[in-house]
Design a binder for this molecule. Structure first.
Ligand SMILES: Nc1ncnc2c1ncn2[C@@H]1O[C@H](COP(=O)(O)OP(=O)(O)O)[C@@H](O)[C@H]1O
Ligand SMILES: [Mg+2]
Length: 182
């Protein structure tokens, strides 16, 4: 048991023709992050792109590793692509790309690595997406992880999207996650 109150705060903001939806909730332990990532993994299709933001140690790689292992259906070694920048996994129906752009030195590398094409055709998980510049994918699901003061094992996650294709998936996943937690 943990002592946190579990709640999701949902915010819908309208600007011009775009609706942004934002949900924030607590991930009290690493296992909770694994659970949420596994739930999301099941519903991803080719062309889906997840942008993972947050400071070093926030849990971006933990989330990505859990999602990849769940989707692969096995405990495969999932190294952090800190130096390779990208790591690619084969799924029966598509490829799953895991990128860490912290050490990206030029935007040209995004094209050269094949990441710009993968963002349209594969499933992509991208750490440090602020490095994407003009390649920023507007259709992406945005996940921002942050540390929680005085709770070493807890993280807060904020999920944001404007593309309505995420509405059902995230609505369903967050409901399931919060129901199981309460
Ligand atoms: N609730 C949590 N969710 C995810 N990771 C957590 C959580 N609590 C503690 N951690 C730990 O924080 C660390 C996060 O490291 P990592 O995923 O490599 O961070 P990042 O990729 O954001 O730099 C891991 O050691 C993980 O076990
Ligand atoms: Mg990382």
């Amino acid at each position: 048991m943990h002592s946190f109150r579990l709640a999701a705060f949902v915010w819908e903001g309208h600007c011009a023709a775009m609706t942004m939806t934002t949900l924030t909730f607590l991930l009290p332990t690493p296992d909770d992050t694994t659970t949420l990532a596994s739930k999301i993994s099941k519903s991803l299709s080719p062309g889906d792109c997840l942008l993972l933001e947050g400071p070093i140690g926030a849990g971006k790689t933990h989330f990505a590793r859990a999602l990849i292992q769940s989707r692969l259906g096995r405990e495969e070694d999932v190294p952090s692509p800190t130096f390779t920048l990208v790591q690619c996994y084969d799924l029966p129906e598509t490829e799953l790309w895991h990128a860490d752009l912290y050490r990206l030195t030029s935007l040209d590398e995004i094209e050269e690595l094949g990441l710009s094409e993968a963002m349209e055709t594969a499933i992509c998980l991208i750490e440090w997406p602020d490095r994407l510049g003009e390649y920023w994918p507007n259709h992406a699901l945005h996940l921002s992880l942050s540390l929680v003061p005085q709770a070493e094992d807890a993280r807060q996650i904020t999920i944001t999207f404007s593309d309505e294709k995420w509405q059902n998936l995230i609505g369903q996943v967050s409901k399931e996650y919060l129901d199981e937690q309460s």
